[in-house]
Design a protein around this ligand. Structure first.
Ligand SMILES: [Zn+2]
Length: 402
């Protein structure tokens, strides 16, 4: 007698439609559903980023956010599995090509690319929505920034670094260790120097190109991907947080060592953001609209928005004594802008601005985005009762993995 369709055992039906991650599902402890539902941000799409993104795509990580502002150069190709010579000829954006190639590798994975700077263009609310953050960077300033953002939200992050045929990996988790606390005086002075650079490009430029190899990138990239998986699985028992992984291929050296952690009492990374309030405001809301909403909903007549940088309001040429009123987030100040306001090369510029936005701020009708506030950001608000945190949930559609 012929079995009716409804009588077929479920397993037989499954066999007819293989899934990308069927093999992983056979591994004990590999929660394929969790991996497929995860949101992972990869900061930097260079040599390390390429390896990490390739791994995440193969592992079927469901939603991948790629942040990078660089273009593909011919010199990148020797360490970048996702890029082709034709991409470098067209100077294509790393984040966009990487997103395209990840989708090509595994069409089940959804990707979003942010062509921007992690220090300026990615809101705290974006960090908050991530299950794991992976830093594939070549500079300490950006690492410091990721550490501060992740720790504010109580999130661990995975850091990788490569040089020549060697590499290092750390997982930073609040309460266990801290990138900022562990910075040496020399590392701090390099960061201060970079922070002092008035030009965005200069600040981000790598001082002297560091030679890297696909060997170092693939080993560290694999270890970073593994640690990201442990974060997704919430497997803290076997996490390498608090340890440092080092290897050097030429010296046949591979080690995992425990790092003594001394928490610094004045470390900025330890400032947490408890009780984040939702708001219908967005980065497109004007200053006036936002202040009015905050006044009403925080029950505070004169709320103030505290930015972590200054907004430049005027530039004065010392030579010509001319003052120009402008509106520019100071981190966006560039060499080109400097030259525009200089009377001559020797001219000095006096810049005035504020990091506190209240009802005295002269540009009440401008949107927050003009002040450098990225979509889905979490604003720090000063009131008479203390500090509040308010998220720009009006930007909810900003994250759209596809
Ligand atoms: Zn710290």
């Amino acid at each position: 007698m012929k079995a009716k369709k409804a009588d077929k055992p479920k397993d037989l039906i499954k066999l007819g439609s293989p899934r990308w991650d069927d093999t992983f599902r056979m591994i004990k402890g590999f929660d394929a559903e969790r991996v497929n539902g995860a949101k992972v941000m990869v900061v930097g799409a260079g040599a390390l980023g390429n390896e990490v993104l390739k791994n995440l795509a193969l592992l079927n990580v469901g939603n991948i956010l790629i942040v990078d502002f660089d273009t593909i150069e011919y010199s990148n190709l020797s360490r970048s599995i996702l890029y082709r010579e034709s991409d470098s000829k067209k100077s294509k954006k790393k984040c966009e090509v990487a997103a395209e190639r990840v989708r090509e590798i595994n069409p089940n994975v959804k990707v979003q690319a942010i062509n921007g700077d992690i220090m300026l263009d990615v809101g705290l609310g974006v960090f908050r929505r991530m299950d794991a953050v992976i830093g594939c960077l070549d500079n300490r300033l950006a690492r410091l920034f990721i550490n501060r953002n992740c720790f504010k939200l109580g999130k661990p992050w995975v850091d990788g670094a490569i040089e020549n045929l060697a590499g290092q990996m750390n997982v930073y988790r609040p309460g266990i260790n801290c990138y900022e606390c562990q910075l040496t005086n020399i590392e701090w002075s390099i960061i201060q120097y970079r922070l002092g650079c008035p030009d965005v490009a200069q600040r981000n430029a790598t001082q002297g190109r560091i030679p890297t190899t696909p060997i170092a990138a693939s080993i560290i990239g694999a270890m970073q991907s593994a640690e990201a998986l442990k974060i997704i699985f919430d497997n803290q028992k076997y996490s390498l947080a608090g340890h440092q992984l080092d290897f050097d291929v030429m010296l046949s050296f591979f080690s995992i060592s425990t790092i003594d952690y001394v928490s610094k009492p004045d470390c900025i990374s330890h400032a947490s953001m408890p009780d984040i309030k939702a708001s219908p405001m967005s980065s497109g809301s004007t200053v006036a609209e936002t202040l009015a909403w905050l006044a009403e909903h925080l029950n505070e007549p004169e709320p103030e928005i505290y930015l972590h940088y200054d907004v430049v309001l005027s530039i004065t040429s010392v030579l010509s004594e001319k003052t120009h009123d402008i509106l520019l987030p100071k981190p966006h100040f560039s060499e080109a802008i400097k030259q525009r306001y200089q009377a001559s090369e020797e001219d000095e510029l006096r810049i005035s601005g504020t990091g506190t936005i209240n009802k005295k701020f002269p540009h009440q009708d401008e949107p927050l985005s003009k002040l450098g506030v990225p979509p889905l950001h979490i604003l720090t608000i000063g009131t008479a009762k203390g500090i509040s945190f308010v998220e720009l949930n009006g930007d909810e559609n900003f994250l759209h993995f596809q």
